[in-house]
Design a protein around this ligand. Structure first.
Ligand code: DAT
Ligand code: MG
Length: 144
């Protein structure tokens, strides 16, 4: 089993509904370690850069407007198979299709305001983590 790092975002709908703590609680309860964490408010152009791979999708402009509409909490999570583990905790993209007990099922509003983001592969995580965090901001949270 491989230890991985992945990017997690608590999206504006969840931050504005005071769900940041609940989502971080679920992350920690699942055994994922938080190695970086910050609150920020993306500009429209930063959101467009982050979601560049979706530029041709019909929802791109709405998605970028939404992701720059308010503060987000951004974190790097670490653990065994952290990328898939975090995707499992999040649930399917559309809260209506997400499995019971997942964050998107329990806390998402709709397919756009779906509470959380997670990297979808090691290649994506390797791009998304440095988009938000520099090396000195990443910590190994296991006590020495
Ligand atoms: P995920 O966030 O599960 O990785 P994705 O990468 O396909 O899903 O899409 C990125 C985000 O774009 C998603 O979290 C919400 C938004 N989105 C996806 N499909 C959508 C749709 N059909 N209508 C509106 N927004 C959508
Ligand atoms: Mg995705």
């Amino acid at each position: 089993m491989a230890v991985q790092r992945t990017l997690a975002i608590v999206k504006p709908d969840a931050v504005s509904r005071n769900l940041t703590g609940e989502i971080l609680r679920r992350i920690e309860a699942a055994g994922l370690r938080i190695c970086a964490l910050k609150l920020m408010h993306l500009t429209r152009s930063q959101a467009e850069k982050f979601y560049e791979v979706h530029r041709e999708r019909p929802f791109f402009h709405s998605l970028c407007a939404y992701m720059s509409s308010g503060p987000i909490a951004v974190a790097v999570l670490e653990g065994e198979q952290a990328i898939g583990h975090w995707r499992d905790l999040m649930g399917a993209t559309d809260p209506l299709k997400a499995a019971p007990g997942t964050i998107r099922k329990d806390l998402g509003v709709d397919v756009e305001r779906n509470a959380v983001h997670g990297s979808d592969s090691p290649e994506t995580a390797a791009i998304e983590i440095p988009f938000f965090f520099g090396r000195v901001e990443l910590h190994s949270p296991v006590a020495q």
